[in-house]
Design a protein around this ligand. Structure first.
Ligand SMILES: Cc1ncc(COP(=O)(O)O)c(C=O)c1O
Length: 388
């Protein structure tokens, strides 16, 4: 299902306007008090800080941002005919494919917006962290398109394991350094204690935040978790809604994977808006069982980085800092029964589990069952047992 260029949304959808419960405030890492715009100003351009706390239902997408997004958007919505056959389902399964962006993921949707607002405010450089390199390459691309410098702290183990991701970032002009590095105090502290440190996303975030906080010409950019990132990703779900209409269908269930929450939010939030206005629809968030942050663990404040430089946010963290940062909008504010959460655990294949098993992933059974055609009745059962 393809939309014409004019199908690119003109506004982002802000779910804050429809949330019955407000998320807990973000706390200053030094004082423990709620942060204000001035606390965040060294790191982020003011326009993004305002979006972070905005309760306006829609925020216009600046035309220069739309012009860049149009290079690959609207992205296609495909019908997964062969998956349907393999599962033996009568249900129609559709998937929204964000892989057509130049960096190969959904991440450029927010990278372009963040680079745009940073440039507008006069910053000349962005600093960020990256794990496997998806986010780093998205930001490198955006900086290239908008004429900004880009500095990427890449988790050391990935830096060595994924040289092609690194070359992609460098091709777009970014400067990439293995983290922990000697370039920041946070990096040096880790290296003093463990010269062979393989790095982590939490350490790389500390380095990027320290870099940005120490230079007036530099802003910090984060690829997921924050409210404004989720907001920018809502182009995905808005397009998908229009594409489902083209397909003459409305989904019984919308399913997305959750890392930091941005692709899930981007797809699901516009459908949740439909649910708020009375449409029947289930929304399922699927998390890795190796690092569950939706279905397990205390819901509590934690820092987003190892060096405890970032503002503290409330989120679930059964294994703190394994993957720092989760956006609490994915969990706290959704009214009960509006979204459910599932854990997917890599498993040994078992013949009877069919395709999901062949893929060595057990989508906790529910996804397979939903796909097999009895999604409505069964996912209701899921919803009532899973915490939301
Ligand atoms: C392609 C892709 N999908 C999903 C994710 C998970 O993050 P999020 O939950 O923010 O979409 C990432 C994170 O790096 C990613 O690169």
């Amino acid at each position: 299902m393809l939309l014409p260029e004019s199908g690119l949304p003109e506004r982002w959808y802000n779910i804050a306007a429809d949330m019955p419960n407000r998320p807990q405030p973000v706390l200053h890492p030094g004082t423990g008090q709620p942060v204000g715009p001035d606390d965040l100003a060294p790191l982020f351009p003011m326009e993004l800080i305002l979006q972070e706390v905005s309760e306006a239902p829609e925020i216009p997408i600046p035309e220069p941002v739309r012009e860049i997004l149009r290079l690959w958007r609207p992205t296609p919505l495909f019908r997964a005919h062969r998956l349907e056959q393999a599962l033996g389902t009568k249900s129609r399964i559709f998937y929204k494919y964000e892989g057509v962006s130049p960096a190969g993921s959904h991440k450029p949707n927010t990278a372009v917006a963040q680079a745009y607002y940073s440039k507008q405010e006069g910053r000349e450089r962005l600093a960020t962290e990256t794990g496997a390199g998806q986010w780093g390459s998205a930001l490198a691309l955006a900086c290239r398109l908008l004429g900004l410098e880009c500095k990427v702290y890449m988790v050391k183990v990935s830096y060595h394991q994924k040289p092609y991701r690194r070359s992609m970032m460098e091709t777009w002009g970014a400067s990439v350094v293995a983290s922990p590095s000697e370039e920041t105090r946070a990096g040096r502290t880790i290296l003093e204690a463990d010269p062979d440190s393989r790095g982590s996303l939490g350490i790389a975030i500390s380095e990027a935040v320290e870099d940005a906080a120490g230079r007036e010409d530099t802003a910090y950019a984060l690829g997921s978790v924050l409210n404004h990132v989720l907001l920018h990703q809502t182009v995905i779900g808005q397009e998908a809604l229009a594409q489902m209409e083209l397909a003459g269908a409305f989904p019984d269930v919308v399913i997305g994977c959750v890392g930091g929450g941005s692709n899930f939010a981007g797809l699901a939030f516009p459908f949740i808006r439909e649910k708020v206005s009375g449409k029947e629809i289930d929304v399922l968030a699927c998390e890795p069982a190796a690092c569950p942050t939706l279905t397990r663990g205390p819901y509590a404040y934690d820092f987003g980085d190892t060096g405890q430089l970032t503002p503290a946010r409330a989120h679930a963290h059964p294994r703190p800092r394994l993957r720092p940062g989760r956006n609490p909008r994915r969990r706290a504010p959704l009214p009960r029964r509006r979204a459910a959460h599932l854990s997917a655990r890599p498993r040994r294949p078992r013949a009877r589990r069919g395709l999901c098993a062949e893929r060595r992933v057990r989508f906790s059974g529910h996804l397979c069952r939903a796909a097999r055609g009895s999604s409505r009745r069964r996912s209701r059962r899921t919803r009532s047992t899973a915490p939301s």
